[in-house]
Design a protein around this ligand. Structure first.
Ligand code: UD1
Length: 278
């Protein structure tokens, strides 16, 4: 069924590149329903690659994730850091990355950019395109915006005994518009480069959960109540990128800082209190 639907697109349209964004991304859900994750993220993707080969479309930008670094041995994390998965979701990303390296090995006319996203947040400046999670948000920023809009009472901060500057988990938050710009740059890069390359898309800066909550409160003048909880299983203390490879080879650099990420996330939520249902 998937196969026919994807093939239909290739039959009826003429194009030379694919950006593959489709996939499930909730870690907890992947532990509960691994088959669902392997089916969609791996099997669906396999079909896509098979059809790309059949129609001789061999230029690809693939959405991977910083999750492929598992529990990183050192930060900042560069692309040569060892890959490991702590859950089925992470494993699906590593499997697809491995498939792509095998594919290139077998046929060097492929041009593949693997983009390892750190923590995308923010929204389009227009306030018209933003993030609408299904059900209760599992990621931090959509949880914060739903507290700000009054949908949820407070943010539960998972762990405050990490070895970080304030005890809460540190991540490399990146504005979604910067992430988009990274994709355009990757596609341009592939115009003149064969091969398979992985790139970190991150800012290179780490912020804690409390940094994010406080910045959000300050720039948007809204109070965000929070409560400390136990650590969430599977979480790492600190993760942030070394984005040097993307800076140098893709001529890409994140432009937006944490304040703009917070302003833009809030603008979208404020204009769309019930998400796209409005
Ligand atoms: C998670 C996934 C990652 C996935 C990404 C996008 C893990 C280990 N990683 O990243 O693989 O690609 O989401 O879906 O799950 N936090 C709270 N309270 C909350 C929510 C989060 O304190 O209600 C904390 C977390 O403990 C973490 C930080 O906020 O320290 C960021 O969490 P989150 O937004 O879920 O992203 P990651 O866990 O980094």
């Amino acid at each position: 069924m998937y196969f026919d639907a994807i093939e239909e697109v290739f039959k009826t349209h003429d194009f030379n590149s694919v950006m593959h964004f489709a996939g499930f991304k909730a870690v907890g859900e992947s532990v509960q329903f691994p088959i669902k994750y392997y089916q969609n993220n791996v099997v669906g993707t396999l079909f896509l690659f098979e059809i790309m080969q059949k129609y001789n479309v061999k230029k690809l930008v693939f959405s991977s994730s910083a999750t492929v670094y598992g529990n990183p041995q050192k930060v900042p994390i560069d692309e040569s850091s060892p890959l490991s998965a702590t859950n089925p979701y992470g494993r699906t990303k590593i499997i697809v990355e491995d498939m792509l390296r095998d594919l290139y090995q077998s046929d060097p006319t492929w041009r593949i950019a693997i983009l390892r996203y750190f923590n995308p947040i923010g929204a389009h400046k227009s306030g018209r395109i933003g993030e609408q999670p299904n059900g209760i948000p599992t990621n931090l920023m959509p949880y914060i915006t739903q507290v700000a809009i009054g949908k949820r009472e407070k943010v539960f901060v998972f762990g405050h005994d990490y070895k970080t500057h304030d005890g809460t988990g540190v991540r490399d938050y990146i504005h979604v518009v910067d992430l988009v710009r990274g994709h355009v740059k990757a596609l341009e890069y592939l115009d003149s480069h064969e091969g398979v390359e992985a790139f970190n898309l991150g800012t290179g800066k780490g912020y804690s959960v409390l940094d994010l909550i406080k910045t959000f409160s300050e720039v948007n003048h809204v109070e965000i109540p929070y409560e400390f909880m136990n650590r969430r299983s599977g979480d790492v203390a600190i993760s942030y990128a070394d984005p040097k490879k993307a800076n140098e080879l893709l001529h890409w650099r994140a432009k937006y800082g944490l304040e703009e990420m917070c302003e833009d996330s809030w603008r979208w939520q404020r204009l769309n209190p019930n998400g796209y249902e409005d």
